[in-house]
Design a protein around this ligand. Structure first.
Ligand code: G3P
Length: 224
C-alpha cells in the first residue's frame, strides 16, 4: 500500500513526510486554489519538501490533448523526479495519455467513477487511476466496491496500472480499500492521523508510563 498525501498545505506535508511512510503528494485544482498563492512557488516547495524520489501528482488545467501534453512536459521539466500529471478522463484526456505514454511521462487518470473508465484509462497507458470513493458513497454509490472491481479487472487483464483511491472522508473507507487489494490511497493529514489512532492505544501507552514511573520515576532506559 502506498500512502499519499492529498494536500498543498506545506506544514501538513512537512509533518507527514517526517512522521509517516509517505510515498508522495497529490494535488488538484481545488486543492491548489485553496492555497491561493503563486502556483510554481507552491508546487516547487512541495517538491523540495518531499524530494525527487517521492511521487508528485499535479493536475493539468488544459482541455485539449495537445495543450495537456504541452503542460505535462512543462510540469515534468520544472518539477523533475518522480512526477505524474493528473488528467481527468474524457476523449481529450485519453488521447493525451497515449501521447504521454510514448514520451515517458507518467499519467494519473483522475475523476474516475466507474470500472469501465478505469480499464480504458489503463489501456491508454495511465500509470494510476484515481476513483473517488467518498463522492460515490455520497450519492449512495459504493466507492469501495468500485475500487474492488477496478482492482479485479486490472488483475484479470494483467494491466500495468495501479489504483490510487482518492476522495476519502474517514479511515474506515481507507481500510475497506486496503482489504480489496487497492495499491495506493491519497488522503488528508487528518485521515492519516485517524488511520493510526485508537483510544485503547492511548490508554495502553498511559498505563505503561504510569507503571514505569511508579517504580523508576523520571529515569528512562538511557539513564541506567
Ligand atoms: O483529487 C481527488 C480528491 O482529492 C477529491 O477529494 O474530498 O474533493 O472528494 P474530495
Amino acid at each position: 500500500m502506498l500512502y499519499i498525501l492529498d494536500t498543498a498545505d506545506l506544514e501538513a506535508i512537512k509533518h507527514c513526510n517526517e512522521f509517516y511512510p509517505l510515498a508522495g503528494v497529490t494535488t488538484n485544482p481545488s486543492i491548489i486554489s485553496k492555497a491561493n498563492t503563486d502556483f510554481w512557488k507552491l508546487v516547487k516547495e512541495i517538491r523540495n519538501i518531499i524530494g525527487e524520489d517521492k511521487m508528485l501528482h499535479v493536475q493539468t488545467t488544459q482541455k485539449t490533448a495537445e495543450k495537456i501534453v504541452e503542460e505535462a512536459k512543462l510540469l515534468k521539466k520544472e518539477l523533475k523526479g518522480d512526477f505524474y500529471v493528473k488528467i481527468p478522463i474524457n476523449e481529450e484526456g485519453l488521447k493525451a495519455t497515449m501521447e504521454l505514454k510514448k514520451l515517458g511521462i507518467g499519467v494519473t487518470m483522475t475523476a474516475i467513477f466507474t470500472p469501465t473508465q478505469a480499464l480504458i484509462a489503463a489501456k491508454a497507458g495511465a500509470s494510476f487511476v484515481a476513483p473517488y470513493v467518498n463522492r460515490l458513497d455520497n450519492i449512495i454509490g459504493d466507492g469501495t466496491e468500485v475500487v474492488a472491481q477496478i482492482v479485479e479487472q486490472f488483475d484479470l487483464y494483467g494491466m500495468d496500472c495501479k489504483v490510487l483511491a482518492a476522495s476519502f472522508k474517514n479511515a474506515e473507507q481507507v481500510h475497506k480499500c486496503s482489504m480489496v487489494g487497492c495499491q495506493s490511497v491519497t488522503v488528508t493529514a487528518d485521515i492519516l492521523k485517524n488511520v493510526i489512532s485508537h483510544p485503547m492505544t492511548d490508554a495502553a501507552i498511559a498505563g505503561f508510563d504510569k507503571d514505569w514511573k511508579s517504580v523508576y520515576g523520571d529515569k528512562t532506559i538511557l539513564d541506567f
